[in-house]
Design a protein around this ligand. Sequence first.
Ligand SMILES: *[C@@H]1O[C@H](CO)[C@@H](O)[C@H](O)[C@H]1NC(C)=O
Ligand SMILES: *[C@@H]1O[C@H](CO)[C@@H](O)[C@H](O)[C@H]1NC(C)=O
Ligand SMILES: *[C@@H]1O[C@H](CO)[C@@H](O)[C@H](O)[C@H]1NC(C)=O
Length: 343
Amino acid sequence: MLSHKVSKIILLAFSLGLILEFSTKMYSNYIKSRIILDVLDLDLQEFYAYIEEYGKNYNQQEFQVRFKNFKDNSAYIRLFNLQDHTWKLGVNFLADLSYEEYKTTYLPHKFQKSKTQQNEPQNLSQQPYPPTMDWRTKGAVTPVKNQQACGGCYAFSAVSSIESAWFIAGHPLTSFSEQCIIDCSSAYGNDHCYGGLVDQAFDYVKAKGLPTEATYPYLSANEKCNHTLADQVAVKITGYVDVQANSSTALLTAVAQQPVSVGVEADQLSWSFYKSGVITRDCGIYIDHAVVVDGYDTTQNPPYYIVRNSWGPKWGMAGYVLIEIKDGPGMCGIQQLPSYPYF
Ligand SMILES: *[C@@H]1O[C@H](CO)[C@@H](O)[C@H](O)[C@H]1NC(C)=O
Ligand SMILES: *[C@@H]1O[C@H](CO)[C@@H](O)[C@H](O)[C@H]1NC(C)=O
Ligand SMILES: *[C@@H]1O[C@H](CO)[C@@H](O)[C@H](O)[C@H]1NC(C)=O
């Protein structure tokens, strides 16, 4: 009897031991799989790849904040791309910024033009514009530049349309200086990296002329005007034309002649994370950014403008964005403030 009881207890202890061992194994397997799950945490893996690709450098404190922004932005991008839109979004250098940081760093001023009158009469061709145009294929456009964390879009837009006009006028394609305009045009109403207007940049270049990019290189910073460099003038414009506002015909006719500086609203995530396709809605019309229309295609559905940004070649489609052509102020307000320089 006793021995039977003892053997029963031993058996019980043995089984308990087995169960315990088994559950310990289960538990450690569970922990292992948790670790594997953490290692495979897609967001974190993507974030490390992102840090690598964009050469980001955070201290420990900043890492958590940047990672959170990155996750929020990635989630927005994934959700947007699951929906049925005519354009796609993608992670880019802006993905570790909060929305507020993005706006204050890249779009510092809501700049509305104060003057309502046409600057100078426009003598545009009476010919109908051709159905497609792309000044990039004609060698009239310098490689996309990068304003970085300086709200100097007005200088980039003005300089790009001057570079193209200079080439179309028969000169070799030359890169001119944005930093000179950012540093030296405050007497014309611009405010360094904090914002300005394309036409005020034109006013400066009309009055003072502009050195090359090589002479007065870009620093992405608020600097004092370096007059020694600013005086080494390589180009001067005679004037500029404000294209009739709110007319796709007027803008297309102007772009058929040369690239045209325009204002757009760029403060929506559907713009900042633009990757490909044609923007056809929801970008607003309150201008806070300056870019350049380098071409268009009216044969496509939807028809679109080919728009050069100044956020480097990794943004959008090799630095470009396609924006639907429609009447009135235009998609993203693109037809409200068009202007181009002449010699
Ligand atoms: C524009 O056209 C008008 C009338 O045809 C002419 O008088 C004027 O000189 C032209 N302006 C320019 C800048 O070519
Ligand atoms: C202007 O730039 C030149 C060349 O980089 C430099 O030698 C000079 O010190 C600068 N002048 C001022 C006032 O910063
Ligand atoms: C263009 O359209 C916008 C939006 O409707 C309007 O606010 C603006 O005054 C128009 N511009 C001109 C010059 O008519």
